[in-house]
Design a protein around this ligand. Structure first.
Ligand code: SF4
Length: 220
């Protein structure tokens, strides 16, 4: 499951596939919707993985509260951050070293505006990424690593593409993409079909395939 925490970001990357808005000009998911999505998915142990997406998810005023809830429920967790918020970026790096099943990626490569990120954040992630992990800890990673850069390069060439395979569920029927407005889509693709609002969903209806497109149900 993906939870789109906000569509705002402090950076203005050329390759941004989500067309992020400037801070103060976007939307945020309500804390109640994010918590409901986690509670619902936690009922099925096979579906307990969550990626906090955005644009920049750490901008959400309740980001740490929602993250703690996911940790308490035993989710496998993924977070990508641009690292601009030093305090949260450092908290994430240290939490990801704990045996709680959380992976944190720092967006630090030639495509991001690294000048906005403190030296302390970059050094911390660089150092922690090299250390061995305890069992149950997923650790930190940096997008500047070779295998990730390859994907970033493709995103740059496909600037603001609507269907970016690196973000797409590729038809995974268990995928949920919970948008900032609380609507649950079957994929992150902007025109993917929605299955209802998170506050109205009480079970796991068949979601169909991510590439089924229904323009009338496009809520973005
Ligand atoms: S940091 Fe990520 S979300 Fe923000 S503008 Fe760059 S690519 Fe988009």
């Amino acid at each position: 499951m993906y939870i789109e925490m906000t569509n705002e970001c402090q950076m203005r990357c050329r390759h941004c596939a989500v067309n992020s808005k400037r801070v103060g000009h976007g939307r945020y998911i309500s804390t109640a919707d994010a918590i409901k999505a986690l509670d619902l998915r936690s009922k099925n142990p096979l579906l307990k993985s969550v990626a906090f997406s955005g644009a920049e998810s750490t901008l959400h005023p309740d980001f740490l509260r929602i993250l703690r809830h996911a940790i308490r429920l035993g989710f496998g967790i993924g977070v990508v951050t641009n690292g601009v918020n030093e305090k949260i970026a450092l908290i994430l790096a240290h939490w990801a070293r704990r045996p709680i099943g959380m992976r944190v990626w720092l967006s630090d490569d030639q495509y991001h505006d690294s000048a906005m990120v403190s030296k302390r954040v970059v050094e911390t992630y660089t150092r922690l990424a090299k250390l061995p992990l305890k069992r149950g800890a997923y650790g930190v990673a940096i997008t500047g690593q070779r295998h990730v850069l390859t994907r970033m390069g493709r995103a740059v060439r496909l600037k603001n593409v609507q269907y970016n395979n690196d973000r797409c569920c590729q038809g995974n029927i268990a995928a949920w993409y919970v948008r900032t407005n609380g609507m649950v889509a079957v994929c992150s693709c902007p025109k993917s079909r929605t299955i209802g609002h998170i506050q109205q969903i009480e079970d796991f209806p068949p979601t169909g395939f991510g590439h089924e497109i229904n323009d009338q149900e496009n809520n973005r």
